[in-house]
Ligand binder design. Structure first.
Ligand SMILES: C[S@@+](CC[C@H](N)C(=O)[O-])C[C@H]1O[C@@H](n2cnc3c(N)ncnc32)[C@H](O)[C@@H]1O
Length: 227
């Protein structure tokens, strides 16, 4: 058996025991294959928009003898996937804006029984904003470090309630209340990016003032982090 890296292991942690899984943008299908090998899921559909990654997925499904549990689907997002196939849906390793676009057009995700496990590679802020404005509740969020990079994974469900998304929430979500080293390190790296943006603004502008306040708050929240 193989080990999942910390990023995919954190996604796996949020998948319910016995779930029917859809893994969107699966590529190598490591996540569904690992979950199947470990007896954690009832079934999985490993989806990708490109045929080549799906070939990698099929090879791993065969290699680890989990073809009775994991199937593959060529699909743009969840366009070709029936709602009956999945309760827990993972989007890992894709940009936050792309994840938001796919969720937006997939009506069957707007249902309280479906659980979304989201690991954006970029623009997590845009994704959190979309979730808040479109009735998705971020129930849990955790950070991890994999190959020296920081990632956040969110567990969300739809409850139809639109929420105010403060600037701080947009950038760090529930990690604001998480004292772990991984969380502080994630906040630190988000803040480093914001500091670079700050340098591009005129110091007398509103944008500079707003961003300066956010950066100061994130400095406090990530205080003491050892890199
Ligand atoms: C970087 S890989 C991530 C693989 C794996 N999920 C992980 O996190 O390690 C991103 C994958 O998403 C797929 N992808 C990109 N856009 C997609 C879309 N609209 N629908 C489904 N898959 C997509 C790509 O083909 C690629 O295989």
């Amino acid at each position: 058996m193989f080990r999942l890296d910390e990023r995919l292991a954190l996604c796996a942690e949020f998948v319910r025991d016995g779930a029917r899984l859809a893994d969107v943008g699966t590529d190598h299908a490591y996540l569904p294959v690992w979950l199947a090998c470990n007896g954690k899921i009832k079934s999985a559909v490993a989806c990708d928009v490109r045929p080549k990654p799906l070939e990698n997925a099929k090879a791993n499904i065969e290699k680890y003898h989990v073809g009775n549990i994991v199937s593959t689907a060529l699909s743009d997002g969840l366009d070709e996937i029936s709602p009956d196939l999945a309760d827990d849906i993972v989007f890992a390793g894709m940009g936050g804006e792309l994840i938001a676009k796919i969720i937006m057009r997939t009506q069957w995700l707007y249902h309280g029984d479906k659980r979304l496990i989201l690991q954006p590679m970029s623009r997590a802020d845009a994704l959190r904003l979309f979730l808040c404005q479109n009735g998705f509740h971020i129930q849990q969020e955790k950070a991890c470090i994999s190959a020296n990079k920081s990632y956040s994974v969110m567990l969300c469900t739809y409850d139809g309630i639109t929420r105010t998304c403060t600037d701080i929430f947009k950038y760090i979500g529930l990690l604001e209340n998480d004292d772990s080293f991984e969380s502080k390190r994630y906040i630190h790296f988000i803040n480093e990016k914001l500091k670079k943006q700050l340098n591009g603004f005129d110091k007398n502008s509103m944008e500079y003032q707003n961003l300066y306040e956010i950066v100061s708050k994130l400095d406090t929240l990530s205080e003491g982090v050892i890199l």
